[in-house]
Design a binder for this molecule. Sequence first.
Ligand code: NCD
Ligand code: ZN
Length: 454
Amino acid sequence: MAPPVRPRSGTARKEAAEAELVLCGRAWVAGRLQPLEVGIDGEGTIRAIGRNVRGARRHDVGERVLLPAATDVHVHLRDPGPEAEVETIASGTVGAALGGVGLVGEMPNTEPAVTSVERLEEKEARVRGRAATDVLLYAAALEPRALAALARRAGGFKLYLAPTTGIDPAPEAGQLDALLAELAHHDLPLAVHAEDPGRFRTGLAAVDPVSWDERRPVDAEESAVRRLLAASAWLRLHVAHATAAPIVALARARGVSCEVTAQHLLLSNASGRDGRFKVNPPLRSELARAALWREFAEGRVPILASDHAPHAALAKALPFDVAPSGVPGVQTTVPLMLAKVGEGKLALDVLLRAACDRPARLLGQPMGRIAPGHRANLLVVEFRSRRPIRGAQLRSPCGWSPFEGFPAVFPVEHWHDGERVVDGGEYVGRPCGRVVRPEYAPGAAARLPPPERA
Ligand code: NCD
Ligand code: ZN
């Protein structure tokens, strides 16, 4: 990791003369907020940071705060799929931009699922000219012989160890060994849905979030994570949606990356009884939720992600046992946490590492910090402008949120590669999103350093 930028006083370095755009405000640089100017070149890259950067155009955000845009490593945009009225790449990435996210990692459980190079190319074509943010495309790790060709084109792999929306069944034990052995040859992030179906209590009726939690308990996550930890150290492993503090601790002890979601941090199995609160892995008890929040707020969780998984409101209103699992969140995850920062319940530093810096590093992207050489993907935030989340007002056509009424701080502006895509909280951009793939520094370790040392 590059050392933090030391802002200079006086005139900034020579590149400043070439800046096309200078954003001025209280910027989060080198671990604190300070009045600074950020010089951006014509390619949308940050070139200079200082007290006095010269440039063709200036934009002063006054007392507002300049933060790096976030990376959401886990979204489901349902595209291709039969339900364009629920979400598409176009709508989901505009939601992401409005929620402060500049890059999404799009999961492969679409219809059809991304299991071949042809399907990957098809999905790339859907991103180009439609996406408002950059998109990294995961391929499904299902068939060992398909992986080498996929690895030359995909942005990462997703491995499902348990059945979930669009994925059934999970790989058998022998097949899993073959998959992991093959995946270790390819230097791509490997996100894993880590639940062990052998630990599911399938005999239990699933009538509400409490019984869903009993049916797919935390031990199922623990068993699956232990299984992964026995696999090769060459894997760039990332445990998706860890729901409990012991799971995070287990991954951290071995330097394995993991993510938590806003739903598992802010909702419990007592938050509601209907299908809107059905998600995989399940919402846990209030006690477990509070312990996960402490783990997160104390900076011990590497990554915050949404697991944005929209379903039609009508489908979620079906009886609990048949309602699909998953909740929307790409537009609300960062704003919910910015509200927590505003309330003094979460340190800004902890949030920015988990939402911006570490996820960008996992996906091998030069963004996530306000630093020279990073892309000018920036947010302008006004902590006093809090408002309650209203599902019907979110960009996702699914039209509902499990966080209805929760306070949120939506970014006032969002700049993508030096171009303003959100202004006054409204989307004003164009579909300029690119398909990106990881670029890791040569010799960079596959496993993340434990968060304390990051
Ligand atoms: C996700 C979906 O609907 O695609 N659902 C969920 O409950 N999280 C799939 C997944 O990530 O398990
Ligand atoms: Zn998911």
